[in-house]
Ligand binder design. Structure first.
Ligand SMILES: [Zn+2]
Length: 537
């Protein structure tokens, strides 16, 4: 297998992935040997092409990209996962997709359509802005120089190059090929964060959100069972965000919503950067709770380069350090503000394993202990919301996984979902879940059942995907156990069973012996509860 890493100066797929055509056995002795390349089975697919929003196609890209895109009524694309029936079921919660083209949003800025009537007072909705004075730098896609051979597309923000993406970023057929090669059964699709456009004029931003959501829904409808989707909203306009969340419930395949870690509110395009605990977003959180819509929170680390390019623009820092810090700041605000106490029905999943937040828990706890008046005046302690906090598995470090499971509290491993950041090189690509299934260190603190849960079951529960997905998970679990897991007597006799050894009869880190070593914190301060952990300490 050939895999060339990204350009070191930005998260760009200047170098694309290449796969060998021959089966490759997993190297780690701890896992059953199995090929990860298997024949692709094709069967007729039903297509339902949906771009329902008033979009104007980008002619140049459309013309150039069309030859590489799957025709809308083609039946030659796989609709069934061909990976081994004895491999564990995998649902990748953290993947990004974009449409092959975008509407002409600049023209919508100049002549904004009348938005649908709103029924609530909306303090976040900007009412006036001179959009002619400084055109908003809308994202745009242009064919890369090697597009004809690779399908790559260059993303621009206004006239500034942002990143190069491979065809897998917009082409479902390419994604399915990668999924089958990696053994991923289902991808949860969400938009590329640069398309959030939270600092954009509201009217075209609402149109953009609808276009993106209709596109994702169309892909899900075309390949049911392989894709489900998370919607996006124009979060700078709370009424618009609520309306779109309600609309998502009627779109096929849409099972949740993705938001960024911050949003510019107030003076449109030049307002202050607000956080997710901003009280003006309360109607949005209330709607997600009422509608039982799970929320995936993804950082907007690239914005830090805009805030202070000298500090964050070097060494890929805005991506490597900025993104985890953005997530930590958002989580801290959500915890300390009491948002989860006000909305006990919310379920939030944070990308990149919660970013830097888990590593800061000791400091945050100490800060609360000595100055609770500065830290969490409205919070009732983080324990109140521990069951509402989920994270993805994108940690790149098995030792950190162990630590995070401890900090998530009892049952913490059941609130971790597989996330790869596909198709971007900074993610766990090309094999989502590679660390979970192949790293021998995981055997110290996670049974194979727990890891199977992270690979799929936890996402089924977080997204409430329903009986069909649960049955698929359970069936694959049975098949896997029958094929690969020795009986307890056989395990004792078989010294080679050293990877997930004894774990099916042992106690998981988050359920047993390690909990006993945790000392409950002394109740402190005015609230008598602690804010310093995702779960109990
Ligand atoms: Zn991502």
């Amino acid at each position: 297998m050939l895999y060339r890493s990204c350009c070191c100066c930005c998260e760009s797929s200047h170098h694309s992935f290449s796969y060998s055509a021959t089966p490759i056995a997993r190297k780690t002795a701890s896992l059953p040997q199995q090929p990860i390349y298997l024949p692709i089975t094709t069967q007729a697919s039903h297509s339902r092409h949906t771009i329902m929003a008033p979009a104007t196609a980008h002619d140049e890209l459309q013309l150039c990209c069309s030859p590489t895109l799957p025709p809308s009524d083609n039946n030659s694309y796989p609709t069934r996962n061909p990976s081994s029936p004895t491999s564990l079921f995998r649902i990748d919660m953290h993947t990004h997709i974009m449409p092959p083209s975008l509407p002409d949003l600049a023209s919508l800025t100049q002549q904004p359509p009348s938005p649908p009537p709103t029924t609530t007072n909306n303090p976040t909705q900007p009412t006036t802005k001179d959009t002619t004075a400084k055109p908003y730098p809308w994202p745009a896609f242009r064919p890369s120089p090697d597009h004809a051979t690779t399908g790559a597309v260059d993303m621009y923000v206004g006239s500034t190059f942002f990143r190069r993406v491979s065809a897998s970023c917009y082409d479902p057929a390419a994604r399915l090929r990668d999924m089958d090669a990696a053994g991923v059964d289902v991808q949860v699709l969400s938009t590329v964060p640069v398309l959030f456009c939270y600092d954009a004029p509201v009217a075209p931003a609402r149109v953009l959100a609808r276009v993106l959501n209709d596109h994702v829904s169309g892909v899900c409808a075309r390949f049911p069972g392989r894709f489900v989707g998370l919607g996006t909203v124009a979060l700078q306009d709370c009424d618009a965000a609520v309306e779109e969340v309600r609309r998502l419930r009627g779109l096929e395949g849409m099972v949740g919503v993705q938001v960024g870690t911050s949003v510019e509110v107030g003076d449109e395009g030049g307002g202050k950067v607000g956080m997710l605990d901003d009280e003006r977003l309360e109607p949005f959180w209330a709607a997600c709770e009422e509608l039982d819509v799970p929320v995936f929170v993804h950082p907007l680390g690239y914005a830090l380069g805009k805030e202070n390019k000298d500090r964050w623009g070097r060494y890929w820092s805005s991506w490597l350090v900025g993104m985890p810090c953005e997530t930590a700041l958002a989580m801290h605000g959500i915890m300390a503000s009491g948002l989860l106490v006000r909305h006990p029905g919310l379920r939030l999943c944070f990308a990149h394993g919660g970013g830097a937040f888990p590593a800061l828990l000791g400091r945050i706890q100490h800060g609360f202990d000595c100055r609770p008046d500065l830290v969490a005046t409205n919070a009732c302690g983080l324990e109140a919301g521990q069951g509402q906090i989920w994270i993805d598995s994108l940690l790149h470090d098995p030792d950190l996984m162990e630590y995070v499971i401890r900090k998530l509290g009892p049952g913490g491993a059941d609130r971790i979902v597989l996330g790869s950041d596909y198709p971007f090189p900074l993610g766990e690509v090309p094999v989502a879940g590679k660390m979970l299934t192949e790293d021998e260190k995981l055997g110290r603190f996670m049974s194979w059942q727990k890891r199977a849960g992270v690979l799929a079951r936890n996402a089924i529960r977080f997204l409430k995907l329903g009986r069909e997905f649960e049955d698929r998970f359970e069936e694959r679990l049975r098949q896997f156990a029958a094929a690969h897991v020795p009986s307890p007597d056989e395990q004792i006799k078989d010294a080679s069973w050293d990877g997930w050894r004894h774990r099916d009869s042992a106690i998981d880190l988050d359920e047993g012996e390690d909990l006993a070593s945790r000392k409950p914190r002394t109740e402190s301060s005015s609230t008598g509860r602690s804010p310093g952990s995702v779960g109990s300490q």
